[in-house]
Design a protein around this ligand. Structure first.
Ligand code: 8YV
Length: 332
């Protein structure tokens, strides 16, 4: 029997490609180019599976042109690049990579918080610029981390990881807002108190955003929300671009209506709004919260294993939808 054909839409670890090649005819993206939608659709012709990252949009228009496609395995925990309703309606399985990146991403969220609140990159630029000539009592004096009040919006696995770090490692008072409250036992373990979004914004020293992107979550933090925050507060976004109104945030940072921000994700990334690039009180990183070698390997392997398990007939390992009728896998 011939192997099913799949597309790997971006470069991944050669070992993972080798593993996939044992099970599939693989078309890879050797040059790691970001394919335009029409090119992605062209390359998906005749493919029954695809391994994507967050950058490839899988929607009704694309699915209509790829009737053989049965499964799309995203190498990311977030899957807002999927139109899930369209995939479910078309009988296409979607999968993501939860759990394997939780602690790594929580580490990074905490790093970004500390870098922004303690003005680490800003002071490094000052030093490298040759401007450090003497000590001064208030030089780069930032905000306290330990013992301060941490607000987390989005209390899934990564949010809980950040809460644990804050509460147990830094003695922070943790409060959170989420679509639904956590069970009591989990709240107790994270030492986290549920509050409304506005109360969280008004009373937190630091706010970390870890909620999934949905149309309803668009601009969860805009001018109104920024106006509620304290002038000494830090805002960290490791969720998705579009959760924050970047223009409103740049204005708030410029006018010192909040003290600092740490951003790993941006509206329209990899483009970053020039207003943000012009500011010193924001730490900017290129969507790397899950980027440790071990975690990226685990993510790539889990995405690959989803494809392998699905075509072995074992079912996807970490599905994000449950189509009532899956497209026929024998179409391979
Ligand atoms: C990915 C992420 O690296 O998992 C996610 O949702 O945002 C990152 O870990 C990125 O989406 C590329 O796939």
């Amino acid at each position: 029997m011939s192997k099913p054909s799949i597309l790997v839409a971006r470069a991944i670890f050669p070992k993972v490609l080798d593993k996939l090649a044992q099970h599939f005819n693989v078309e890879a993206n050797a040059d790691d180019r970001d394919w335009a939608p029409h090119e992605l659709a062209r390359r998906l012709q005749g493919k029954v599976g695809a391994l994507t990252t967050g950058g490839q949009r899988i929607d009704a228009a694309l699915l209509a042109t790829c009737p053989q496609l049965c499964i799309v395995a995203n190498m990311a925990v977030g899957y807002n690049n999927f139109d899930l309703d369209a995939m479910t309606a078309a009988g296409v399985q979607g999968t993501n990579t939860p759990d394997v990146l939780t602690e790594t991403t929580a580490d990074f969220g905490f790093s970004l918080l500390m870098a922004a609140a303690r003005r680490i990159t800003e002071s490094e630029h000052f030093l490298r610029g040759g401007r450090w000539t003497q000590w001064r009592y208030d030089m780069f004096a930032g905000a306290e981390i330990h013992g301060s009040r941490l607000g987390i919006i989005g209390m899934g696995r990564i949010g809980q990881g950040i809460a644990r770090r804050g509460a147990h490692g830094f003695g922070m008072e943790v409060q959170y807002h989420n679509r639904s409250r956590l069970p009591d036992a989990l709240e107790a373990e994270c030492k986290a108190r549920y509050v409304s979004k506005d109360e969280l914004l008004r009373t937190s020293d630091h706010v970390v955003l870890v909620l999934p992107y949905t149309p309803e979550a668009h601009h969860t933090i805009g001018a109104r929300e920024l106006a509620l925050m304290q002038p000494t507060a830090t805002l960290v976004n490791i969720a998705r671009g579009g959760i924050v109104d970047d223009v409103a945030l740049a204005a708030a940072l410029r006018e010192r209506r909040i003290a600092a921000a740490g951003l790993d994700v941006f509206e329209g990334e990899p483009r970053v709004h020039p207003d943000l690039l012009a500011l010193h009180n924001v730490v900017l990183t290129p969507h790397i919260a899950s980027a440790t070698v071990r975690t990226r390997q685990a993510m790539a392997n889990l995405a690959a294993d989803n494809l392998i398990a699905f075509f072995d007939g074992r079912g996807a390992l970490t599905p994000v939808n449950h189509p009532p009728l899956l497209r026929r896998q024998e179409s391979a």
